[in-house]
Structure formats: C-alpha cells, structure tokens
Design a protein. Structure first.
Length: 80
C-alpha cells in the first residue's frame, strides 16, 4: 500500500502468498495444485486518496492487505 515502497510491498505480498500456500500444503492440499503470486500494489480494492492522518490511512488501506485464493477442479491423474 501507500505506506511502503513498491519494492517492499511486492516482497511482503509474495511472502504472504507463500505463507498461505505453505499453510494449505500443511493442511493436505497437494503442492502441485497451488501457485502463490504476490501482486504488491498492482491490484488494490480500495483507493484512499484524500484520507488524512496515518491511523485513518492504515485503516482505510487494510482491505488491500489480503490474499485471494482461486479454486479450480483438479484433473484426475491419467486424464488428458
């Protein structure tokens, strides 16, 4: 979000995505069914332009600090 540098936010986003991926693997999801992608500042859900004060800005930007998961059906082994 706007509170960190683009490089820092990208690295943080990738770390979050990988942590969720690792958690799902630990819960029994097959690793080859998961791809972790950090989007950094590229896809915000909220825009907090005009928000005054650090605390208010942190609260406003909270929805942008998220992990999204897309579920797809797996193909059975041997299927083409």
């Amino acid at each position: 979000d706007k509170l960190g540098s683009e490089a820092y936010n990208q690295k943080l986003s990738e770390k979050r995505a990988n942590q969720v991926r690792d958690y799902l693997i630990a819960q029994g999801i097959e690793a080859d069914r998961l791809v972790a992608v950090g989007k950094g500042e590229l896809v915000p859900v909220v825009d907090c332009d005009g928000v005054k004060g650090r605390k208010a800005l942190i609260e406003c930007l909270a929805p942008n600090r998220r992990v999204e998961i897309e579920a797809t059906r797996s193909m059975e082994k041997g299927c083409k």
